[in-house]
Design a protein around this ligand. Structure first.
Ligand code: NAP
Length: 276
């Protein structure tokens, strides 16, 4: 598994596992646990979750998936912005720790910019880190201007990642956020790298055919072509998990990338940050 280094020196796999929409039905629980375990077995040992997903239900699925192998897994979770005051962040983290059945979250993110002063959220993150309850912290859905404001409060190097929407049909961050992060050696974590399963045009299908792969694998391989991007596709179906792992080794060539650029053009000007 290819790894990526965070600003604090820790390494994480370039390909992880998403959990949005997991934990919503008791009937799906065992299958979701198995899907995550399949991913861990294949080296996709970064699991992204959030208190928001199924109102904590996704964190409970993660708890069951990592039981007995917590030390092999890097858990990312997120605090909801409306809770992100100093006290609220600490309480939210403790609730997440309880649902996850662990004593620490490896990376804790502010889910999107909210109305609590950033200084309060940062102070809470620092207190949680000092207590060993989180290994590091970062943000999600922050555009460049928000990152600059964050950096003024938290200082340079304190943010381990910005988790944002990035896939073939959502390339706006290539204009400014990706270069900004690259300068700081801060990886971007790409969410919805498969546009929630909706990417399947003719170009993708023809490149897929050439590689004996699927359109989804080509779309994921494209996100993973960038050495400073971590992708966290969600798959409840273990066949999809295996296909996603295989996409890491697909190796798109220069001609594939050119054809994809024609169908999914890179940005030519600043675009507002896409969110889901
Ligand atoms: P996604 O990963 O782009 O797509 C997930 C969908 O694609 C599921 O329906 C899944 O089906 C399907 N799929 C996965 N692998 C496939 C394959 N190889 N072939 C065909 N279909 C495949 O969408 P996402 O869940 O929105 O994003 C990924 C993760 O990013 C989330 O789960 C969450 O952890 C995180 N996220 C964060 C934010 C944020 O605001 N920070 C927002 C959105 C998402 P099955 O489940 O049936 O396998």
């Amino acid at each position: 598994m290819r790894s990526i280094t965070l600003p604090d020196g820790r390494t994480v796999p370039a390909l992880g596992l998403g959990t949005w929409y997991m934990g919503e039905s008791a009937g799906a629980h065992d299958g979701e646990v198995r899907a995550l375990q399949t991913g861990i077995d294949l080296g996709m040992t970064l699991i992204d979750t959030a208190e928001m997903y199924a109102d904590g239900g996704a964190e409970e699925v993660v708890c069951d998936a990592v039981r007995g192998r917590r030390d092999q897994v890097f858990i990312v979770s997120k605090v909801l912005p409306y809770k992100a005051s100093r006290k609220g962040t600490i309480a939210a983290c403790e609730d997440s720790l309880r649902r996850l059945g662990t004593d620490h979250i490896d990376l804790y993110l502010l889910h999107w910019p909210g109305s609590h002063p950033l200084a309060e959220t940062v102070a809470a993150f620092e207190a949680l880190q000092a207590d060993g309850k989180i290994g590091g912290y970062g943000v999600s859905n922050f555009d460049v201007a928000e990152m600059i404001a964050w950096e003024k409060v938290a200082g340079a190097g304190a943010c381990q990642t910005d988790q944002v929407l990035y896939n073939l049909s959502r390339r706006g961050i290539e204009w400014d956020l990706l270069p900004w992060a690259r300068e700081r050696k801060m990886p971007i974590m790409a969410y919805s790298p498969l546009e929630q399963g909706r990417l399947a045009d003719r170009t993708l299908r023809s490149i897929a055919e050439k590689h004996g792969a699927t359109a989804m694998q080509v779309a994921l391989s494209w996100v993973l072509r960038n050495p400073s991007v971590i992708a966290i596709p969600k798959a409840s179906n273990p066949v999809h998990v295996q296909a996603n792992r295989a996409a890491l080794d697909l190796g798109l060539d220069a001609e594939d990338l050119r054809v994809l650029d024609d169908s999914f053009p890179p940005p030519r000007r600043k675009q507002a940050l896409d969110v889901l």
